[in-house]
Ligand binder design. Structure first.
Ligand SMILES: Cc1ncc(C[n+]2csc(CCOP(=O)(O)OP(=O)(O)O)c2C)c(N)n1
Ligand SMILES: [Mg+2]
Length: 321
């Protein structure tokens, strides 16, 4: 690794991977208890991408995530209670029950709210890069697209715009094999998304999206490249969507062997093994992290569940139009 991590940074990465997984599991529980308003979009198996990319950013950088990037929001400092309240549409949640799932952000945390229309965050984060360039501020904009989202017009427009102006932009293409029930080979003729970087004339890197250190390293390098005004970067992170599109979808169209193949490459177990082999985390340290998570998740679920539903007359108040 070109960027050396301290022992406590290795632990941070582990903490956020586990936090992402614990929040995901909790959301599934709340959904099955009928407490979630709307769907639950799992990030199971994709945690290393959200965590590794967000952890590689600096405090002044911006990111805009999609529904599976809750891990990135946790790294940027949102507490789990915000995620739980948002999914349950509670009064004290980030949007006070007006929007659902991960559809919230906070400029002070450098987090832009997701946009449902796939690909639209690419021109938006290119705009963040353009503003930074004009103001001569050291700042990069990072966003995510799924394999399906790479077929959209704004993905092309945003990336081409950033390429021509050499804007500080990083686009993470999460190639998880599926866009709803469409497999990647029915989505594109060339399934190497990273090849498109060459067509735009920008830097492109393909990484194992289930290896948090590889994801982190590629993003750190992309950030340096962006700061120097050298080139935007397209990072293709190869992974697998381990559940259906959302909790209501049992993914019966996904071959079982494909799930099994990737289950054996689980990003958290992979990282755990690495930390143990390299003697970077003891069994006691691991247990202490899990105990900290137990406490946090329990307290935040309790807090979220005791937040009331919003008052009906408040519904249209802080809404734009
Ligand atoms: C422009 C646009 N078309 C269609 C949809 C409906 N839609 C939401 S998610 C989704 C699949 C996305 O697949 P992918 O980009 O691979 O992301 P993943 O769900 O795998 O994370 C679709 C078709 C949308 N939100 N926006
Ligand atoms: Mg996909």
């Amino acid at each position: 690794m070109a960027f050396k991590l301290t022992r406590s940074q290795y632990h941070d990465l582990y903490y956020y991977l586990r936090l992402n997984r614990r929040v995901d599991e909790q959301l599934t529980n709340l959904y099955r208890q009928g407490k979630v308003v709307g769907g639950v979009y799992s990030s199971l198996g994709q945690e290393a991408i959200s965590v590794g990319t967000a952890y590689a950013l600096g405090p002044d950088d911006f990111l805009g995530g999609m529904i599976r990037n809750v891990g990135a929001m946790l790294v940027r400092g949102f507490p789990p209670r915000d995620v739980f309240m948002q999914y349950m549409a509670r009064r004290d949640g980030p949007t006070g029950g007006r929007d659902a799932n991960t559809h919230f952000g906070d400029i002070r945390r450098g987090v832009l709210s997701p946009i449902s229309m796939l690909g639209e965050l690419v021109p938006l984060l290119a705009g963040v890069g353009l503003a930074a360039k004009i103001r001569k501020e050291k700042r990069v904009g990072l966003t995510y697209v799924g394999d399906g989202a790479t077929s959209t017009t704004p993905f092309h427009e945003g990336l081409n715009f950033a390429a021509v102006l050499k804007l500080p932009l990083i686009v993470i293409a999460e190639n998880n094999g599926w866009a709803y029930s469409t497999p990647v080979e029915r989505q594109m003729a060339n399934t190497n998304i990273v090849d498109r970087a060459q067509a735009y004339g920008i830097a492109g890197v393909a990484v194992n999206g289930n290896n948090v250190l590889e994801v982190y390293e590629a993003t750190r390098q992309a950030r340096d490249r962006a700061y120097k005004g050298q080139s935007p970067t397209l990072i293709e992170a190869r992974t697998m969507r381990m559940k259906g599109h959302a909790e209501h979808d049992d993914a019966r169209y996904v071959p079982k062997e494909m799930i099994e193949h990737w289950r054996a490459r689980d990003p958290i177990l992979t990282y755990e093994k690495l930390l143990t082999t390299r003697k970077l985390m003891t069994a006691e340290e691991k247990a202490a992290i899990e105990a900290r998570l137990d406490k946090l998740i329990r307290a935040d679920v309790e807090f979220a569940e005791s937040s009331p539903m919003p008052a009906p007359e408040e519904a249209a108040r802080p809404v734009w139009a």
